[in-house]
Design a binder for this molecule. Sequence first.
Ligand code: PDD
Length: 286
Amino acid sequence: MKNKVYINEKIYDAENAKVSIFDRGYLFSDGIYELIPYFDKKPFLFDDHYSRLQKSLRMVEINNPYSEDKWVNDIENFVKTCIFENFYLYIQVTRGIPENFDDNILREHAATKNYKTCVTMFYSKIKNLKDNNIIGKKSIIMDDKRWMNCDIKSISLLYNSYAKTIAHKQGAFEAILLRDGIVTEGCSSNVFIIKNNTIKTSPESNLILPGVTRSFVINSVIKDSDYDVREENFSEEELLDADEIFITNSTQGILPITHINNKEINNAECGYITSKLYKIFTEKIN
Ligand code: PDD
């Protein structure tokens, strides 16, 4: 494998990349992550991803171990080792391992010690959204059983990955999550519905991840279209009654949803407005 991995300022061949099993990320999911897409080797919306990384760290009170200049420098040097044109950079920062184990306590829930923060990065190949034919995907609906701080990009993705696996087993790509009858977001995406030419998406709150793509679609893509967007809660009924549905995230950009629980949306085709937004979106990539 030609992949490289970054661990705490050093770059390793992927197969030799190792972190301690006493890392609090491994033991308690005590860490956060960020995912930055690169198209034609250029980062897309880097500053927004970096700001969210800083915000997530602040929210879980993990010290940012590097200055912004060091982050930029280390990321630039690391992605130089990537052979792909289109990829995402995965960055994980965990509270790390205790500076010493003098007390012989190897695992304790409360983070009472001094820790060596652990920064890891790797990259993974993705498609260039510009070349991509826009293909609709199926989604199911599931209860949102996550904790109440979904606005933190925490590495604790147990429910997200569980629900997405259920979706996969049912032939769907995503599970759209419902809390008290209200749509929050997808397991790895934000959700937009369109009804009578009006676009709606859940407002930012502790119940959703403030998606970088979501903001870009609202503030840059829809702004340059003939349509308006309302950041408002919407119900399961509104979701099922939508003319068009699409989801957004960093690796897929805008992705039309053509079925919800086997109910066809827009005759199982990507809708007119979604296609227009997709086109504007791809034209704005770098
Ligand atoms: N996930 N909501 C959740 C729960 C997510 O995991 C993601 C992205 C989004 C969209 O955020 P953004 O537009 O910033 O990518 C919303 C990434 C892609 C992942 O975990 O792989």
